[in-house]
Design a protein. Structure first.
Ligand SMILES: NCCC[C@H](NC(=O)CCC(=O)O)C(=O)O
Ligand SMILES: NC(=O)OP(=O)(O)O
Length: 314
């Protein structure tokens, strides 16, 4: 495996899940595996979990990690080939990524979408500029269209909580938000859940259809109540319009999950990648109650990153 950017196949996903569970049982089992290796974690956007868990994962493997908050501390990067750089940008991605490639054995990049330039976002243009010019294995720390380390942690969490012998019903439901939010977490969750062979229903108001590249194989349901019936796992996430790109199309607060939504899914567990807008996307009673898997998901981010780093440095 050269890069870790998307779901490849079920066999690799299962291997990564097993490896992550192996590290969860004994985090320092491979403490010398990464000795002498260095990962550069490049952030073009904010992060709590991804920033900390990736560094802890590297440390558990004996690797060094260096974090660069390029959005705040780096030079303003030019992304366009052939640009005449006589305005705000200071350094071309060609030069910056090539330098990073000489400093690090592995690069890990967070590059959110603009939510205004659909074509560039859909091509994952900024993220792929790092891949193109660094010449090193690249791990996605959430790109414009995917968040695979989150999805791997989510698949681990589902495996830990599913009832043996029962194929779980998984629902990804849209929830309200005050801002236009990226599609990456929802896209990736759908890609991984479907790829891992799960039964996935995606519920959202009409107009919030995600890119079908990620959702083919899932049932689409416009009525949240119908979607939630008999659910075992409910993944809550806001995203902005994809067809009407980057737009907020609904603020209907009846989509905010509360305990009363679980009348016909009493045993359902609730998942969210965090950060969550409490009492906008999800109620306090759910987040602080026995259905919530949010802390387990966040904990599993360490072992997901450790499994991926371990495989990449092999
Ligand atoms: N890395 C996890 C989620 C990151 C991002 N959330 C946000 O931007 C939340 C911003 C806010 O709530 O103001 C998203 O949903 O893709
Ligand atoms: N879930 C997640 O990726 O969190 P951060 O944005 O805080 O890294």
């Amino acid at each position: 495996m050269m890069h870790f950017t998307n779901f490849e196949n079920k066999e690799i996903a299962d291997q990564l899940i097993q490896k992550a569970l192996f590290y969860k049982a004994d985090p320092r089992k491979d403490l010398s595996k990464g000795l002498g290796k260095r990962v550069g974690c490049i952030f073009l956007n904010p992060s709590l979990r991804t920033r900390a868990s990736t560094q802890i994962a590297a440390q558990n493997l004996g690797m060094e990690s260096i974090v660069l908050n390029m959005d705040k501390e780096g030079w303003a990067l030019e992304m366009q080939d052939g640009a005449v750089m006589n305005k705000g940008t200071v350094e071309h991605i060609k030069d910056a990524a090539a330098v990073l490639g000489t400093y690090f054995d592995v690069l890990a990049i967070r590059a959110f979408p603009s939510l205004s330039n659909k074509q560039e976002d859909t091509e994952d243009f900024v993220f792929n500029q790092f891949v193109k010019y660094s010449g090193k294995p690249v791990i996605s720390l959430e790109s414009a269209i995917r968040h695979p380390l989150q999805s791997l942690a989510d698949m681990i969490t589902i495996q830990e909580n599913q009832i043996a012998g029962k194929s779980p019903k998984i629902v990804l439901t849209w929830a309200p938000h005050i801002k236009a939010i990226p599609h990456a977490v929802a896209n990736s969750f759908a890609e991984w859940a479907i790829g891992c062979g799960h039964d996935l229903t995606i519920a959202h108001p009409e107009g919030y259809e995600l890119d079908v590249e990620f959702t083919k194989g899932a049932k689409i349901e416009y009525d949240q109540k119908t979607a939630l019936e008999g659910a075992d796992f409910v993944y809550v996430k806001n995203w902005s319009g994809f067809n009407e790109y980057g737009k907020i199309l609904s603020t209907d607060d009846s989509w905010m999950l509360t305990e009363k939504h679980f009348e016909f899914a009493n045993n359902a567990k609730v998942m969210h990648c965090l950060p969550v807008r409490r009492n906008v996307e999800l109620s306090d009673e759910i987040l602080d109650g026995p259905r919530s898997l949010i802390q387990q998901q966040a904990a599993n981010r360490i072992y997901a990153a450790q499994a991926v780093l371990s495989k990449i440095i092999e």
